[in-house]
Write a protein that binds this ligand. Sequence first.
Ligand SMILES: C[S@@+](CC[C@H](N)C(=O)[O-])C[C@H]1O[C@@H](n2cnc3c(N)ncnc32)[C@H](O)[C@@H]1O
Length: 299
Amino acid sequence: MSFVEYSDLIQDGDVAIVYLNHESMVPVKVQQGAQTQTRYGVIRHSTDLIGQRYGSKVTCSKGGWVYVLHPTPELWTVTLPHRTQILYTTDIATITMMLELKPGSIVCESGTGSGSLSHAILRTIAPTGHLHTVEFHQQRAEKAAEEFKEHRVDHLVTVRNQDVCKEGFGVTGVADAVFLDIPSPWEAVRHAKAAMKKQGGRVCSFSPCIEQVQRTCEALADQGFEEISTLEVLLRVHDVRTVSLPLPDFGPDPSAQTQPDSTEKTPPGQASVSLKTTTPPREIPGHTGYLTFATKPRT
Ligand SMILES: C[S@@+](CC[C@H](N)C(=O)[O-])C[C@H]1O[C@@H](n2cnc3c(N)ncnc32)[C@H](O)[C@@H]1O
């Protein structure tokens, strides 16, 4: 298993995602001899996981069952241990596309935070790209580096424990794209420019507040960035359900042929039609942040 390559079988040392139900999944570090408790009973790694195929349905000790899934950045985002606020897949998908990331891209990112976005970047730029990620909180930087190793993507990423606003990304003239998720991104814009290739590239900054966006846009314009645009992406998840709608009773149909011996007449007022439909959400997920994109032109 690796977060950038698929394997069929679960192996000792893998990180597997245990799917309990639609709203509940947990990451499990697979270890010979280890056990994981779930509400459906115990999963014994040696017999229930190691050697089984990813996607298998595993019966737990109390007779309930779970599915064991191969990890992906999307599953990791919804199961990872939070050390900070994280980016979710709706924003991540837009960032990946608008930064024009692809296999081989060189990307700079700060801060690493909980590594939610980092995993998605790594999957996209593998097998030949590289991520330079900067985190000034020492324990977060160390934990991220440890996770990248556990997830077998450490050859694709360099974690630097420094202040991106003061010391930059630790690389010059190499990046195709730069991403910022820090409280004062405008202080890192000149470092973003310095990290990027002469041929130019794309930059994105994520900020919850519009005042942060204003200052970042000003800094981007001052540094010669072009095509500056800010957008927000909102997700609406629909539930699929069967609904039963009563049919209006318009009285007897005068054109219908009457069959006096018919026994299958619907009593008036009780006819209904059953159909599958989607229902819009009762609550709309709130604001996450504004995404400001810009292009560094060739210099
Ligand atoms: C909101 S989190 C980033 C979350 C990340 N995008 C994710 O998806 O998991 C912001 C991180 O930036 C770090 N940070 C803030 N200012 C920084 C700076 N000037 N240099 C480096 N890291 C910084 C914080 O310590 C924090 O871990």
